[in-house]
Design a protein around this ligand. Sequence first.
Ligand code: ATP
Length: 237
Amino acid sequence: MSLVAEGVTCRYGQQTVLDGVDLTVEPGRVLGLTGPSGSGKSSLARILTGLRSPDSGTVLADGRPVAARRGRMSGDLGLLHQSPRAATDPRMRLRGIIAQPLTARARGTGPGARGAGRKADEARRVAELARRVGLTGDLLDRRPDQVSAGQLQRACVARALAAAPRYLVCDEPTAMLDAASTATVAHLLTSLAEDGVGILAISHDHALLAAWAHDVVDLSRLGAPHTGHPAGRRASP
Ligand SMILES: Nc1ncnc2c1ncn2[C@@H]1O[C@H](COP(=O)(O)OP(=O)(O)OP(=O)(O)O)[C@@H](O)[C@H]1O
């Protein structure tokens, strides 16, 4: 049981960005992924979460093919973006942002799941999640432009927790944060891994990955002779 990319290739027109990448994200572990700007880390993140199809190769989550339907990821997968502002609706309050997966799930379960009981459960769950990521109640009534990037990223982490994914791909989740918020987000994601979630942590910050990830792979070095995969680029922890 893992999130597995096998022989993944990604092309934009004539440009081949990923060429036969193999990578395995295991439940309960943080795999760090680094590499120079433009080496294809974000492209791989989108492919792993089904938001883009590989030009060749496969991605399987616990043995099932990964494919987004109508732009929405499978519930087994989550993606945490570098820019929390780009990843949130500026019109929504933080409590609504955190609740998004809960609301979507309730919608999927039909009219019986709606109503006052569900709303109360949802509010309780949002309060719990906010506590876990260190957001105080007053912040929950604010909109994205009324909080700091670090506070908004914490809301995005809470939203990712609400979705209860089995695998979470984090695309430079701390790139815009100060040291204190970086430490908080890294700690939260570590505790998520301790709960059994498989995490791919993409970052340029080698020191952070060294402290945070169980293993680190460099996308630009994949396919070196010791990997035994001369035709492509292989990553296994
Ligand atoms: N939609 C697209 N259309 C055309 N080219 C693209 C597209 N998305 C990415 N690219 C190109 O693919 C290459 C890899 O981009 P990608 O964003 O995956 O790299 P990255 O390793 O995440 O970079 P960074 O560290 O700067 O975020 C770059 O040369 C980029 O310009």
